[in-house]
Design a protein around this ligand. Structure first.
Ligand code: HEC
Ligand code: HEC
Length: 219
C-alpha cells in the first residue's frame, strides 16, 4: 500500500510533465531513452500474469474458482508476495503452488500481488447464522477455557490483517478450515506458521467450523 502510494504520484507527475510536450510533437528518438513505460511490477502486468497462470484456480477476479481455493481478492499485497516466495522455495509445501510460484520472477510476484490486492474481496453469506455467532465469539474472545487466543488480537477488527498478516474477511471457508488443519499437522510451515500451529492446535473441530463460517461472511 505505502509502496503503491509512494509510486503513483511520481509516475503521474512525470506524465503530467511529458504529456503536453508529446502533444507538441516532441516525440520519437529524443524521448526514447526516458523511462515513461510503467514499471513491470504494476497492476496491469499483474492482471495479465494472473489471467494466464492463475485464473483457472483462483478465478478471473481472484475470488477463487470454487470455495476450495484461496480467495486472493483484496488480500494484502505483502502477505501474498511472501507466500509466493515461500511456495517457490518449498518452505510452504503445495504440489500445485510450488511449481506455479517458481516460474514467477520477483518482479512478477510483486505485480500479481498488487493486482490481487486491488480486486474486490469476496463475501460468502452464512448458511448457518447460529454457527456464525459461535464463530464471532471465537474470533473476538478466543476460548479462555482452553488457552485459545482471540483471533482479533492479530488479524484485527474486521478481519483485515495487515501487511504481514493475512486478511481473513471473506476468505473461502473450506480453504480456511483446511489451512487450520494443515497448521495442526504442520503440513503448512514457513517462518510465520509456528504461531498458527500453536493457535490451531488449541481449537476444536466445532470452533474451526464456526470461525470460518463467521469469517467467510465478513465484509
Ligand atoms: C491448478 C490450480 C492453481 C493455480 C493455477 C494457481 N494456484 Fe494458487 N493455490 C492453489 C491451491 C490449491 C492453493 C492452496 C495451497 C495450500 O493448501 O497451501 C493455492 C494457494 C495460493 C496462495 C496462498 C493464499 C493464502 O491465502 O495463503 C497464493 C498467494 C496463490 N495461490 C497465488 C497464486 C498465483 C499468483 C498463481 C498464478 C501464478 C496461482 N496461485 C495459480 C491452486 C492454484
Ligand atoms: C499471535 C497472532 C495470531 C493469532 C492470535 C491468530 N493468528 Fe491466524 N495467522 C497469524 C499469522 C502470522 C499468519 C500467517 C502464517 C503463515 O504465514 O503461514 C496467520 C494465518 C492464518 C490463516 C491462513 C490464512 C490464509 O490465507 O491462508 C488462517 C485461516 C488463520 N490465521 C486463522 C486464525 C484464526 C481463526 C484465529 C483465532 C482462532 C487466528 N488465526 C489467530 C497470526 C495469528
Amino acid at each position: 500500500m505505502t509502496q503503491q502510494a509512494s509510486h503513483r504520484p511520481g509516475r503521474n507527475g512525470l506524465w503530467r510533465v511529458l504529456a503536453p510536450l508529446l502533444a507538441l510533437g516532441l516525440s520519437g528518438s529524443v524521448w526514447a531513452a526516458q523511462p515513461v513505460a510503467p514499471a513491470a511490477d504494476d497492476i496491469a502486468t499483474g492482471a495479465k500474469l494472473a489471467e494466464k497462470h492463475c485464473a483457472a484456480c483462483h478465478g478471473a477476479t481472484g475470488q477463487g474458482a470454487t470455495i476450495d481455493f484461496a480467495s486472493l481478492a483484496g488480500q494484502n499485497e505483502m502477505y501474498i508476495a511472501k507466500q509466493l516466495r515461500e511456495f517457490a522455495s518449498g518452505e510452504r509445501d503445495s504440489t500445485v503452488m510450488d511449481s506455479k510460484a517458481s516460474i514467477l520472477s520477483e518482479c512478477s510476484i510483486r505485480a500479481v500481488a498488487k493486482f490481487y490486492q486491488s480486486q474486490v474481496p469476496k463475501v460468502s453469506p452464512s448458511k448457518d447464522p447460529m454457527l456464525a455467532n459461535a464463530g464471532q465469539f471465537v474470533y473476538e474472545r478466543g476460548n479462555p477455557y482452553a488457552g485459545l487466543p482471540a483471533c482479533v488480537s492479530c488479524h484485527g477488527t474486521g478481519g483485515r490483517g495487515n501487511a504481514e498478516l493475512p486478511r481473513l474477511a471473506g476468505q473461502n471457508p473450506r480453504y480456511m478450515e483446511r489451512q487450520l488443519k494443515n497448521y495442526v499437522s504442520r503440513t503448512r510451515a514457513g517462518d510465520s506458521a509456528a504461531v498458527m500451529t500453536m493457535v490451531a492446535s488449541r481449537m476444536t473441530e466445532m470452533e474451526m467450523k464456526a470461525v470460518v463460517e463467521y469469517l467467510g461472511a465478513m465484509k
